[in-house]
Design a protein around this ligand. Structure first.
Ligand code: HPA
Length: 235
């Protein structure tokens, strides 16, 4: 048991899918065999079951770098989790991206001060696990899915008074979300592997967005890829 998780030691698999939304954790658990609930603290649902015979967990993280950091830290430090796969939504920063597109985050820029604070002012360059990224590219190809691989922008600010995202868009950054920089940095710190798989839920330039009903349906492809990666990585 930790401050935020009530799972018993051994209740959580080596590979954990991390949706921001706890209800998406429930929806992913519905895709697992023999899933049991491992966490209800703060309503941040977690489950462990099997996918294609391989033990997999899923744990909600909430929104933003600080909330994800708490869950990722406790999963790695207190439960020995080895692989963390974020599954979340994002806003497209490039005109060639469309609603529902799947993004594999190779690296994450950020406006957060989290790493500078932890690293005495240095800029750490967080990156995905190459093995997980390669596995996700292969899984997506096997499923007949087109994915975009590149950099993402992990921002502290959803309702932004500035257009700072345009600076990073000019450097080819694909999408904006709010967690990946912290996930990759913490995984590096703790010697674990991490990957963020994202679905485009809105287009920042136009404000066009998926409805909440469409959102869950359009997240299926991302979850298919994540489960395949989890099953392959752990076996
Ligand atoms: N910005 C940040 N996080 C997001 C967005 C966005 O546009 N869309 C979905 N998550």
């Amino acid at each position: 048991m930790t401050v935020h998780l009530e799972a018993k030691p051994g209740d959580i698999a080596d590979t954990v899918l991390l949706p921001g939304d706890p209800l998406r954790a429930q929806a992913i658990a519905d895709r697992l065999d023999d899933a049991s609930c491992t966490n209800r603290v703060r309503g941040m649902l977690g489950f462990t079951g099997t996918f294609e015979g391989v033990r997999v967990s899923v744990q909600g993280t909430g929104m933003g770098l600080p909330s994800l950091s708490i869950y990722a830290h406790e999963l790695m430090v207190d439960y020995g989790v080895k692989r963390l796969i974020r599954v979340g939504t994002c806003g497209a920063m490039q005109p060639h991206l469309a609603l529902g597109d799947v993004i594999l985050a190779m690296t994450a820029s950020t406006d957060s001060n989290l790493n500078r604070r932890q690293l005495d002012g240095l800029d750490f360059a967080p990156c995905a696990s190459f093995a997980l990224l390669q596995a996700a590219v292969a899984a997506a190809a096997a499923l007949g899915l087109t994915v975009h691989v590149g950099g993402v922008f992990s921002s502290d600010v959803f309702y932004d008074d500035t257009e700072a995202w345009k600076r990073l868009a000019a450097y080819g950054t694909l999408v904006e979300e709010m967690e990946t920089s912290a996930l990759y940095s913490l995984a590096a710190k703790h010697g674990a592997e991490a990957l963020a798989i994202l679905t485009v839920s809105d287009l920042i330039a136009t404000g066009e967005a998926l409805s909440s009903a469409d959102r869950e349906q359009r997240c299926t492809a991302m979850i298919d890829v994540a489960l395949k990666v989890a099953a392959g990585a752990a076996s």
